[in-house]
Design a protein around this ligand. Structure first.
Ligand code: FAD
Length: 588
């Protein structure tokens, strides 16, 4: 395999988020230069945030072990394969591939060495309840032509709208605010006037409403917070950087599905010497004298799916509740580490893994006050026929927008009407389904478990309702054509991922839970403990959690190397969609 963990070279002239740069020397560092001798890290959880953090740590010469409680890596970005059908379980749209590429660059590789990305055009087709539709693309001229059919004044305002989004995008992406820890009030004080000036504090729907009057256009440019589990009527307009990111960097598909990107990250991590242990659940983060000591884990039979050897048993901290002999007998062991990065749900990390420690900030009361994102009801359908009416990404809207969002986020009831997002990767990549068949997933936004909805009872009728709605929308004979079916409810988010209240996207993106107000990448509870992923800064979504890994790594670098060297952790601007990028063959 090319290169090694101990010798990482950054290509000249290529922007990077978080490659460590000890001193002002050339951008080349070795394990001996960068990490104190023998520094070790354990990353808990293998979502994209955990994987990206693990790569960055290992690439900086910190001996890193990634543990995952499930048998499969990727967290929400899992995969189901059955009877020739392949389904991504969660994320399906790739935006801002340059942010992903940065992780590979930090390890001296390129994303394109591991994964083939193909651009999608249109990004998605949105079907409105009145039977009209709009194709969403990055081509402003084409967008204007389509919008003009509904409202010419709206169409004329599109360029101005995007020009207002640019400074928001630049602050978060180009200036690296999204890729640095946001854990000082000073930073917040410096950022706040800018947020006010840009109007980025306003709810997304209000910001968008100032530019467009046709409800279809208002939906088209305001719904993106729903992709992150937030309400467009509450999430601050800072999240409008997402349509801007899409416009600049495109929307992409990873050949073989999103999970092949997970596999690419995992292969990269292993190639540079990282160790992966699936089937290994963290039970406690051990802390002594205010500093992390390591992670107590439970493994199935003391063995893991990826690594045939038994999990090593280190020396547990004195006074720990169990000794090594007890641990071994229970399939438990202790992984000592100088640095622990938790990619698990924030409620689970602080409430359970750190539940035995007296917490200064994230005590039980504060954890209870966290507003968690909405959840999803998901159907994975292997269908014995093809449906040309479907695009690769299709959004089918019900009759209500604001009212439905309120039902999901505020009233927390399962409404009679619903909107759906459909992923049909077999439209682009025939290998995702047997010949003549379609691999489909249907996502219906629903309230999280604070609703008290009994999914054991609701799941079946909901499945029938969704299939009936799709049939009447135009997928004739869908029910009879299904040969593979899996259902995933908010209960499954809780049991599969330890997600508090079955949230699908971590902590809700709202003003009071953004930037400094979000749980920090550098934990206040113990030295050496960090968070990464959707629950921390900057937030959910694949680009968000990959940026969070850069922010977390930045915090680790500052703490390890301190002062100038730590601050020098490279956070140069990145321009998604920049001309230098090349991810694969053109459109299929
Ligand atoms: C249905 C759906 C569709 C989405 N679509 C998109 C999309 O199209 N584009 C996009 O950009 N984003 C999308 N998202 C959002 C995106 O998928 C997530 O924000 C992101 O993948 C979350 O990554 P993460 O790093 O927070 O980790 P997660 O994926 O949440 O993974 C956390 C991991 O930690 C593990 N874990 C938890 N507790 C423990 C423990 N005690 N010990 C060991 N391991 C533990 C879990 O098993 C899990 O594997 C979607 C999300 C969902 C749910």
């Amino acid at each position: 395999m090319p290169g090694s963990a101990a010798e990482v070279t950054r290509r000249p002239g290529r922007p990077s988020h978080g490659a460590v740069r000890p001193g002002d020397g050339p951008l080349r560092h070795t394990a001996a230069q960068s990490a104190p001798d023998g520094s070790s890290a354990v990353v808990i959880g293998s979502g994209f945030g955990g994987l990206a953090a693990a790569v960055r740590l290992q690439a900086a010469g910190i001996s890193t072990t990634l543990i995952e409680q499930r048998d499969q890596l990727g967290g929400r970005a899992g995969q189901i394969r059955e009877a020739g059908y392949t389904f991504d379980t969660g994320p399906s749209l790739i935006t801002a591939p340059a942010i992903l590429d940065d992780v590979f660059r930090a390890a001296g590789r390129r994303l394109s060495d591991y994964v083939t990305l193909v651009p999608l055009d249109p990004f998605y087709r949105v079907w409105f309840h009145d039977g009209t539709h709009l194709d969403y693309t990055s081509d402003v001229g084409r967008m204007q032509a389509s919008m003009a059919k509904f409202d010419a004044r709206d169409a004329a305002r599109l360029p101005r709208f995007f020009s207002r989004l640019r400074p928001i995008h630049d602050a978060v992406i180009d200036e690296g605010l999204g890729a640095r820890p946001f854990d000082s009030l000073g930073k917040m004080a410096a950022f706040a006037p800018r947020v006010v000036r840009l109007g980025a504090w306003k709810p997304v729907a209000r910001f968008v409403g100032r530019y467009f009057r046709d409800p279809r256009h208002r939906f088209l440019y305001s719904f993106h917070p729903l992709f992150l589990g937030g309400s467009p009527f509450r999430a601050p307009s800072i999240f409008l950087m997402i349509p801007y990111l899409e416009k600049e960097g495109g929307v992409w598909y990873a050949k073989g599905g999103m999970h092949s990107l997970v596999q690419g990250f995992a292969a990269l991590f292993r190639d540079i010497g990282g160790r992966v242990r699936t089937g290994t659940a963290a039970r406690r983060i051990e802390v002594r004298g205010g500093r992390v000591q390591g992670v107590r884990v439970a493994t199935r039979g003391g063995r893991t799916a990826d690594t045939p050897e038994p999990v090593e048993t280190g020396t547990p901290p004195p006074g720990g509740p169990t000794g090594p002999a007890d641990d071994a007998a229970r399939g438990r062991s202790f992984l000592p580490a100088d640095i622990v990065v938790s990619n698990a749900d924030v409620g689970h990390t602080y409430g359970s893994l750190l539940g035995h420690v007296r917490r200064r900030r994230w005590n039980a009361r504060r954890l209870e006050r966290i507003k968690h994102s909405m959840s999803c009801f998901l159907l994975y359908l292997g269908v014995r026929r093809r449906y040309p009416r479907l695009s690769h990404h299709t959004i089918i809207l019900g009759p209500r927008y604001r009212g439905l969002v309120r039902d999901i986020f505020d009233r927390k009831v399962l409404a009679d009407d619903f909107s759906m997002y459909l992923h049909a990767p077999s439209r682009t990549d025939p290998a995702m389904a047997p010949p003549g068949c379609e691999s489909l997933y249907v996502l219906v936004p629903v309230p999280n478990a604070a609703s008290g909805i009994d999914w054991a009872h609701e799941s079946e009728p909901m499945t029938r309702r969704v299939i009936a709605a799709l049939e009447s929308w135009g997928l004739d004979g869908l029910g009879d054509a299904i040969e593979v079916q899996h259902v995933f409810t908010p209960d499954d988010f809780s049991t599969e991922y330890n997600a508090t209240l079955g949230n699908a996207f971590g902590i809700e993106p709202r003003l009071t839970q953004t930037a400094w107000f979000r749980p920090h990448n550098r934990s206040e509870e113990a030295r050496g403990l960090y968070l990464v992923g959707a629950g921390t800064h900057p937030g959910a979504g694949v680009p968000g959690v990959v940026l969070s890994a850069a922010a977390t790594f930045h915090a680790v670098a500052e703490d390890l190397w301190g002062g100038r060297q730590g601050r020098a952790a490279s956070l140069r601007p990145v321009r998604p969609g920049g001309a230098a990028l090349s991810f694969g063959p053109g459109p299929p």
